[in-house]
Ligand binder design. Sequence first.
Ligand SMILES: [Zn+2]
Length: 232
Amino acid sequence: MKLKSIETITGTIRILTGLHVGGNKDNIEIGGMDQPIIKNPLNGEPYIPGSSIKGKMRSLIELGLFAKQDQTMEYLNRGEPCGCGKADCVVCRIFGSSSSKNRSDDLGPTRIIVRDAYLTDTFKKKFESGELPMEEKYENTINRINGTAKDPRQLERVPAGVEFELNISFKVFDNDPEKPEDLINYVFKGLRFIELDALGGHSSRGCGQVEFSKLKRTGSPLPEDFLKSLKI
Ligand SMILES: [Zn+2]
């Protein structure tokens, strides 16, 4: 197995509805947010962990792919990621195998690296000058009988309109059974699935709708409607 090339996928992640990727509750002061978002501890800047993006791509690709493939349904039915470890499983090859005991010797290394996504330069400057406040959203439970709100809680979100840098690296090997084009397309499909689903928590209550734009594959710009034109 020989490394043939390393492709990069870069672009902008635009937040369309408030994004909540949960942070560490232990570090908040008294009177602070009930559900804070994750931030860089050095400067307080919000970011999207690569693991959040990678995990969401993987789970949505698994749902989409394995709906028709019985042999991998046992993992899905248990709510676990695919751990088949087979060399011909695109999910295990691209995202890594979660099970070491089943891992085929021919599987090779995990192909994808999704880096943590930081604010674009424009929004970084706004944040540094104090012009990018985080949203404090209040949520509550409605009493079914008298219609009153109870159990108010604060949810912190990155406000709609903010943009982060997307940065993915993807290894292509000479013995991959698919054409490099077909394999890397799973990454783009994963991004499209996220657009149709969401990033972060509380998505069923409206959080985390995002859009990927200004996409480039190894430095070459892709058409603006590229993701939307994919068949998934
Ligand atoms: Zn697998």
